[in-house]
Design a protein around this ligand. Structure first.
Ligand code: SER
Length: 322
């Protein structure tokens, strides 16, 4: 039985991963570390919680000791576009927090999961079907922290035997907690606008392809890799995973099948476009498929139907503006 600590449990991924992990391992065996509001509804009633500033190693160590933790999910990060506006903060949260988790894991014998990202690649990386092992020269501070995080995590494994594992997440599309300041966020916001019956203004140019994934597949990846048989893992930090690759026109068309009157226009954000242009169009996830049986369930059509169903249930059906 695992005893899990989630660092950053109130964010886009953490808020859903905590629910899923508690449903699998039991609500008292998953401790949700939080830093600042907003907190998801019912957060403090749903199981053990603990305030943690991940840049303070002692706070992580105290939480691990207090709750007898054996697995840390380290989700603390500042997303790509926000980190470009405050690189020092991006570095502190993205990398110093990881180093703290790794040190605590080494001292107190924990496994560590940390997400890497498509942001760990850069303009000199092969763009299509990006291989597992390839050039990683990112041009964002977010990407730099991700590459450093991958290397550090592998270092702690090979040097100290810390059980570190991770995946390179694509843009994640979800309907519980909004992402904050990522380059791929447009692919979440577009659904909220469609269901609200409002026009969507897209910050990313038509023809810009990025890998994306629906949250249930992302959660499944984060859990399955930590459950994988270590003897089968040739790689560890970090695995390419992929589910779908699209550009703004493709997601717009998929949504228009449900809302024919939905309108999207463009007002390109130069910072986000610059970041998107430096990232791959699509990743090759063969190694994840072979080494731990990774299989996504959702493609663009299936995700679109589900996103709209969930958001409509929550916000109700509204008239579409022409
Ligand atoms: N979704 C992230 C971002 O856009 C990439 O991993 O910053």
């Amino acid at each position: 039985m695992k005893n899990i600590l989630i660092v950053g449990s109130t964010g886009q991924i953490g808020s859903e991963l905590s629910i899923k992990l508690r449903s699998i391992y039991g609500e008292n065996n998953v401790v949700c570390g939080y830093y600042k509001p907003p907190y998801p509804e019912g957060f403090f009633e749903s199981g053990p919680t603990i305030e943690i500033d991940a840049t303070d190693k002692q706070q992580i160590a105290d939480a691990v000791k207090k709750h007898n933790i054996d697995t840390i999910y380290n989700l603390a990060a500042i997303l790509s576009a926000t980190a470009e506006k405050n690189p020092k903060l991006g570095w502190d949260v993205g990398l110093n927090s990881l180093m703290n988790c790794l040190d605590v894991a080494k001292e107190l014998d924990c496994a560590v999961f940390t997400p890497s990202s498509i942001g760990a690649f850069g303009p000199s990386t092969p763009k299509d079907k990006t291989p597992q092992d390839t050039i990683q020269r990112p041009t964002t501070v977010y990407g730099i922290t991700k590459v450093m995080g991958e290397l550090l995590s592998d270092y702690y494994y090979t040097r100290w035997g810390v059980d570190t594992r991770s995946v390179r997440f694509p843009g994640i599309i979800s309907n519980l907690t909004l992402p904050g300041g990522g380059t791929t966020d447009y692919a979440v916001e577009i659904y909220y606008k469609a269901v609200a019956g409002e026009k969507f203004t897209c910050p990313i140019k038509a023809g810009t392809f990025m890998d994306m994934m629906y949250m249930p597949d992302a959660l499944n990846a984060a859990i399955s890799i930590m459950e994988a048989n270590p003897d089968k893992l040739i790689h560890r930090n970090s695995f390419n995973i992929a589910a779908m690759s699209f550009d703004p026109e493709m997601i717009y068309s998929a949504i228009k099948k449900h809302y024919p009157g939905f309108v999207m226009e463009y007002d390109v954000d130069p910072l986000k476009q610059h970041i998107a242009d430096s990232w791959p169009n699509s990743l090759d996830d063969t190694c994840a498929r072979q080494e731990w049986n990774w299989r996504p369930e959702y493609d663009l059509e299936k995700m679109t139907a589900d996103m709209i169903r969930v958001l409509k249930d929550r916000f109700g059906s509204v008239k579409v503006t022409k």
